[in-house]
Structures are given as structure tokens and as C-alpha cells.
Write a protein that binds this ligand. Structure first.
Ligand code: FES
Length: 145
């Protein structure tokens, strides 16, 4: 069996939603200290719906495919759905990732969560703090906030 599914290769070769959203409503940047890869997600949110999502990923092919798929999965969906997006859902949508590449999909989940937290904070919206790991409990984020 090939190491990477056709979907992973497709999203790696033709990533969807690459780029920057100027004046985004939420921005989240995370990194993995071990591999050094960095992912930044931009969200445009109107009436609680994610009308656009873009990403910049400086990382491996699995991280690029994960960001591409994750942005596709949340676009057009309510903020509450995006908040529930797990790395497992991203991996499933990609038809799997090799075990040693699962952490790449975790970056996508975390970057989206961070962008949503940014949106809540910017707009003074109350949110369930337990949905977001406290910084000191999270070992993957290398940004300076
Ligand atoms: Fe670091 Fe894939 S190897 S995110």
C-alpha cells in the first residue's frame, strides 16, 4: 500500500485555500517545536458562519494536505462546527495518514482553534474556556502569541 492516500497527494499537490485573508476576523498560528513546521490559519466570519478560510503552512506535505482539507471542512460552516473539528476528522477526510504523520493533522486542529479563540477575543464573545487548552498545557505551539 502506498504510504500516502490519493487524497493526501491531491491536497499536497493542489492545496485549496492557500493564502492570506486581509483583515481576517480570526488568525491562528501554531508550530511544532520538534519538526519546526508552522501553520497559520485566517478566518473570515459573518453572522457566525465561516465564509472564508485560508492558510499558510511552512511544513511537510502532510501538514499542507491537512491545512488544505481542514479549511475545506470548515468553510461555509458555523463557528460552533469548526470548534468541534478534530484532527481525527481531518485524517479521516484525507483517507488516513501514516502514524508518524498524525501530528501534522494536529497542527490543523490547533491552528483553527487558535483562530477561533482570536475571533472570540477580538469580539468580546464569551466562550467555553475548556475548549481551548491552556498555553502551559500545550506543547506544540511555538508562536509568541
Ligand atoms: Fe511537522 Fe508534518 S512533520 S507538521
Amino acid at each position: 500500500m502506498a504510504l500516502y492516500s490519493e487524497k493526501v497527494m491531491d491536497h499536497f499537490r493542489n492545496p485549496r485555500n492557500v493564502g492570506v485573508i486581509e483583515n481576517a476576523d480570526g488568525v491562528g498560528e501554531v508550530g511544532n517545536a520538534k519538526c519546526g513546521d508552522i501553520m497559520k490559519i485566517y478566518l473570515k466570519i459573518e453572522n457566525d458562519i465561516i465564509v472564508d478560510a485560508k492558510f499558510e503552512t511552512f511544513g511537510c506535505g502532510s501538514a499542507i494536505a491537512s491545512s488544505s482539507m481542514a479549511t475545506e471542512l470548515i468553510k461555509g460552516h458555523p463557528v460552533s462546527d469548526a470548534l468541534e473539528l478534530t484532527n481525527k476528522a481531518v485524517v479521516e477526510a484525507l483517507d488516513g495518514l501514516p502514524a508518524h504523520k498524525i501530528h501534522c493533522s494536529v497542527l490543523a486542529e490547533e491552528a483553527i482553534k487558535k483562530a477561533l479563540k482570536d475571533y472570540y477575543d477580538k469580539n468580546g464573545i464569551e466562550y467555553d474556556k475548556t475548549k481551548f487548552p491552556a498555553c502551559e498545557d500545550c506543547h506544540s505551539c511555538c508562536s509568541t502569541h
